[in-house]
Design a protein around this ligand. Structure first.
Ligand SMILES: *Cc1c(COP(=O)(O)O)cnc(C)c1O
Length: 338
């Protein structure tokens, strides 16, 4: 099977497994796992932030960040299809007791003007207190789209003027960094907190890291414990993540190239409608005419190709570490034959 359902399906590479086996570990709840400490140090350094916190998932890093930044009744501003709102089990409400104001973006991206218009007047007792803006880069439901960094900086200005914190759901921030030729430290300068998934395109089996200043991460560590996310000898997992950060970032370019090749093949088919501009490793396309998303996914599965019906009108294909060039070629042949 050629599995394009998600970039979470990757298996550890031989080099990564070796690094995991050889990891020096300790009890991380006591702060004594040297491999986790190194992962937190290195990732914070890459983003030029003060401190990091290794967590089991990106949902947990996002939810901890939101809880750190808000009080119950405060409002979080985010894009309508954002992961923090749509795919984290209602966590903003259940974990933080926070309200949400949704903005309809441009393929997952929102603008400074939209954020400014979404901020509630803090003198009006009817309205929740706007407290946090959460951005997603790349934007999953936008089709892996990237922000222009200038637009992020304009949003930051609105945040500074309105006493709002700014969080990045950077599940795929390295895809954006590679695609836009950016540097991780740009993000550290602008965001108050950044969540980075190590188990998506980077290819580690488990884990995300939350970055912020020392005081923020100290409070985040307490919340992680309360949510049951304190792990013990998880340095075995952190070793995989460290290996990924050191060896599997630049190769994301290949995933982006593979996605672009698949788009070319899709564009020639009468059953494919709109494809948002593909900038990274996600191809989210509209299906019409002879196929529905469900029937297309079934037809592809019969040919050994797995994709996901993402909405009543869209199918998603994601390229990743375990997709080789020959798999892409075979996929293109199968698409051509449909
Ligand atoms: C995958 C993902 C997350 C985190 O998901 P987990 O499965 O909990 O690690 C967060 N945000 C986005 C945009 C994602 O795609």
């Amino acid at each position: 099977m050629i599995d394009f359902r998600s970039d979470t399906v990757t298996r550890p590479t031989a080099g990564m497994l070796k690094a995991m086996q050889e990891a020096v570990v300790g009890d991380d709840v006591f702060g004594e796992d040297p491999t986790i400490n190194e992962l937190e140090r290195l990732s914070a350094e890459m983003f030029n932030m003060e401190a990091g916190l290794f967590c089991p998932s990106g949902t947990m890093t996002n939810q901890i960040a939101i809880k750190c930044h808000t009080q119950p009744g405060d409002e979080v501003i985010c894009e309508a299809l954002s992961h923090v709102y749509l795919y984290e089990g209602g966590g903003i409400a259940s974990n933080s007791g926070a309200s949400v104001q949704l903005i309809s973006g441009n393929f997952g991206r929102i603008t400074a003007d939209q954020v400014a218009a979404a901020v509630n007047n803090k003198e009006d007792v009817h309205r929740p207190l706007s407290r946090l803006v959460s951005l997603e880069n790349t934007a999953n439901r936008g089709g892996g789209t990237c922000y222009n960094f200038d637009d992020i900086q304009l949003i930051k200005e609105v945040c500074l003027n309105n006493n709002l914190s700014l969080h990045l759901d950077g599940a795929r921030v390295f895809n954006a960094i590679v695609a836009k030729k950016e540097k991780p430290e740009q993000y550290g300068r602008v965001f108050d907190s950044v969540s980075v998934c190590l188990s998506k395109g980077l290819g580690a089996p488990v884990g995300s890291v939350l970055l912020g200043n020392k005081d923020f991460i100290k409070r985040a560590r307490r919340i992680r414990k309360a949510l049951g996310g304190g792990m013990r000898q998880a340095g075995y997992l952190a070793a995989g993540a460290l290996y990924a950060l050191k060896n599997q970032v630049d190769r994301l370019e290949q995933d982006h190239h593979h996605a672009a090749l698949i788009v070319e093949a899709l564009q020639k088919k009468d059953f494919v409608g709109t494809i948002p501009p593909v900038e990274t490793n996600i191809v989210l396309f509209e299906v019409k005419g002879r196929f529905t998303p469900k029937s297309l996914v079934e037809a592809l599965a019969l040919k050994g190709i797995l994709a996901i019906a993402m909405s009543p009108t869209q199918v998603r294909i994601v390229t990743h570490l375990d997709i080789s060039e020959s798999m892409v070629k075979q996929t293109i042949r199968e698409i051509e034959s449909l």
